[in-house]
Ligand binder design. Sequence first.
Ligand SMILES: [Zn+2]
Length: 85
Amino acid sequence: MKFPNISDTNYFTNRALDNKEGEPTGKIIMWRMKGEEAFNYILKCPFCGHEQEKKEEFAKKPYRPRCENCNKSVVIAKIKKKKEK
Ligand SMILES: [Zn+2]
């Protein structure tokens, strides 16, 4: 899968995904091209390590891509703000 030019997208995120212990063992890069309904994403599952590329429509937020291997879904929630110390 080819990465888009950011200027051709209306959604782009690239973030680490935590497993249930809170360790960032997975990641997702997800974007949507301008004028398209479906999102493209490259997911590394934080639970089983499986990698998949997919094009999929998500009806509403938060978006929840599902791992084809272990069938767990990950939640693309709003980015948490870092707590200031
Ligand atoms: Zn998985």
